[in-house]
Design a protein around this ligand. Structure first.
Ligand SMILES: [Ca+2]
Ligand SMILES: [Ca+2]
Ligand SMILES: [Ca+2]
Length: 198
């Protein structure tokens, strides 16, 4: 039995297509790479504790969402930015990390791609602190806003973690794959013509 002979160019192309297919499959399943908010871009009626820092990994310090110790005179809010857009994956997509957590520290979570138009995602508390994007917001999340929804106690925010890097919707991935395969087929045809094959 005779196997078709492939030139080294074709082999390199096959390896490239293989790598792209594997990357595409990984992306379609969501890229689970936990990362933390990069910048605090807005806030009102918040009070610093410890480091006063709500960006980066938890350090035991941050901002509580009230202008006074409990109960807050004015419930506050803060907005953080993720330089890497976050998205939806399997299970919770964000976690709001609090210090000295109790279920009566409640907050509403909103997300945005541009920092101007925010969509409400869900209410959380300091213990049930996972945020699920599925069904609520499909775009890339660059901004996340947390607003105190309690008039009695203020949630003490230490850090905000994103669990998944945003992946464009499956349709665009498949479109990209089809484009890659078409380009590869065209390249092979050109290669055969150059070799004098039909
Ligand atoms: Ca999810
Ligand atoms: Ca707390
Ligand atoms: Ca912190």
């Amino acid at each position: 039995m005779q196997f078709p002979q492939f030139s080294s160019g074709h082999q390199a192309l096959a390896r490239l297509i293989g790598a792209l297919l594997i990357s595409s499959l990984m992306l379609s399943q969501g890229l689970a790479v936990p990362f933390y908010a990069d910048a605090l871009v807005d806030s009102m009626f918040v009070t610093s504790f410890g480091s006063g820092d709500v960006t980066g990994p938890p350090d035991g310090g941050g901002l509580f969402l009230g202008d006074t110790f409990d109960p807050p005179v004015n419930p506050g809010f803060l907005t953080v930015e993720f330089l890497t857009p976050a998205g939806n994956g399997s299970g919770f997509d964000f976690e709001v990390l609090d210090v000295a957590s109790s279920t009566n520290e409640t907050a509403d979570v909103f997300v945005s791609s541009d920092g101007m138009a925010f969509s409400f995602v869900q209410s959380i508390n300091a213990v049930a602190n996972g945020v699920e994007l599925g069904g609520a917001f499909a775009g890339p999340v660059r901004f996340l806003k947390i607003a105190n929804s309690s008039t009695l106690v203020s949630i003490d925010i230490d850090a905000i973690r994103a669990n998944y890097v945003y992946v464009p919707e499956p349709g665009s991935g498949i479109t990209a794959l089809i484009a890659i395969v078409c380009a590869a087929a065209q390249c092979c045809r050109r290669g055969r013509r150059a070799d004098g094959q039909r």
